[in-house]
Design a protein around this ligand. Structure first.
Ligand SMILES: *Cc1c(COP(=O)(O)O)cnc(C)c1O
Length: 376
């Protein structure tokens, strides 16, 4: 199989597997217990927090482990706006559903949300953020990089605007984390979400960064775990795996990114020049190193994906949550594309292990299948 769906999830890396093993096997204690045996589990959680904080250039006290990117986003949005006592949120039309549906939930509870437009490359304009700010604005949430089209957002500039106005700023960095340097040291980001399984860590674990001085009320209520802010017995093995995967991701970021960028640009160039009426979605430069997203006019993504699957190629049409439903991607629509084009978008998210031969095979299969589907 050629796996080109790394934006949906990734293969667990060896480092994460090894880091998890003791806590899946002999060290099964509950970190909250008093006896020495359980203290090994507690130490693993705190050691993982320290490792992650060093990689991110923040304090361990600013990190809270969660059950993944979705929980971190829900926590940031729902508890974030509640903590401000204000009633208005600014976000964008291309956020992940974990953000958009948290916003929709808040709208039903009486909050109002401005969903900013993006340009044809998928960029949020910082000037539009400034313009959308009202007296009641309490929270701004703009993703670091988009999961479907790979566009990198100008979050440092947006964070600065939010900071000057004293408005909380959250960024969903699930796709950017471990893939791009984080601007945490340089800019005033208050809240940041990340997830382990997008960086070759285990599923069901993530983190929420809360800048010192920002204190959101708990979202899950129960025990005193995570300094009383996130109840629930810690997923010790997954947390250890997350830290190990992050260590690998940050250590190899530059070299891995260069390899990915080369293959990304190779795929984009061949697909858009060799397939008639095939164009790139997103920004050619301000783009995640591993994201390819193209529209093939007149070719629906669904049959294309099924035929690729039969040839051993795993790809996606936009986000995994959207596929399987008949709705066209909200992200592609926000770029100004027609519904027909939105149905025809294909996402290939690669990793550094994709060889030139496999890339060539992918291109020739897509060409052949697109040609066949167009003649149907
Ligand atoms: C995958 C993803 C999420 C959700 O993370 P989970 O850990 O799967 O819950 C949120 N935002 C973005 C941008 C993502 O790509």
């Amino acid at each position: 199989m050629i796996y080109l769906d790394n934006a949906a999830t990734t293969e667990l890396c060896e480092e994460a597997r090894e880091a998890m093993r003791p806590y899946l096997e002999e060290d099964y204690g509950n970190p909250s217990s008093i006896y020495l045996f359980a203290q090994r589990a507690k130490r693993a959680v705190e050691e993982s927090r320290r490792k992650l904080s060093e990689l991110m250039g923040v304090s361990p006290m600013e990190l809270y482990f969660t059950g993944g990117g979705t929980e971190s986003d829900n926590w940031a949005l729902i508890s974030g706006i509640e903590s401000t006592g204000k009633s208005h949120i600014i976000s964008s039309k291309i956020e992940h559903h974990a953000v958009l549906r948290s916003c929709a939930y808040l709208e039903k509870r009486g909050f109002s949300v401005s969903y900013l437009d993006v340009d044809e490359r998928g960029r949020v304009d910082p000037a539009a953020v400034l313009e959308a700010i009202r007296d009641e604005t309490g929270l701004i949430s703009i993703m670091s990089a988009n999961n479907e089209i790979g566009t990198i957002e100008p979050i440092s500039e947006i964070a600065e605007i939010a900071g000057e106005k004293g408005i909380l700023f959250h960024t969903d960095a699930v796709q950017a984390f471990g893939q791009l340097p984080l601007p945490l040291g340089k800019s005033r980001i208050d809240l940041l979400s990340a997830s382990a399984h997008k960086i070759r860590g285990p599923k069901g674990v993530g983190l929420l960064y809360m800048r010192r001085g920002v204190k959101l009320p708990p979202y899950l209520h129960g025990g005193e775990q995570e300094r009383g802010r996130r109840a629930g017995t810690e997923n010790v093995a997954a947390i250890a795996g997350f830290a190990a995967a992050a260590e690998r991701a940050f250590r190899t970021m530059r070299e891995r990114g260069e390899k990915e960028r080369r293959m990304r640009d190779y795929l984009i160039r061949r697909l858009t020049t060799e397939i008639p009426d095939c164009c790139l979605n997103g920004d050619p430069e301000e783009r995640l190193p591993n994201n390819v997203n193209v529209c093939i006019r007149g070719v629906e993504a669904e049959p294309l994906l099924l035929l690729l699957d039969q040839r051993g190629i795993a790809a996606s049409a936009g986000s995994a949550c959207a596929s399987g439903s008949l709705d066209p991607s909200h992200v592609i629509l926000a770029l100004g594309a027609s519904r027909e084009d939105a149905y025809g978008s294909l996402r290939l998210s690669l990793d550094e292990r994709l060889s030139r031969e496999d890339a060539d095979r992918v291109v020739s299969e897509i060409k052949r299948i697109a040609d066949y589907l167009r003649r149907e």
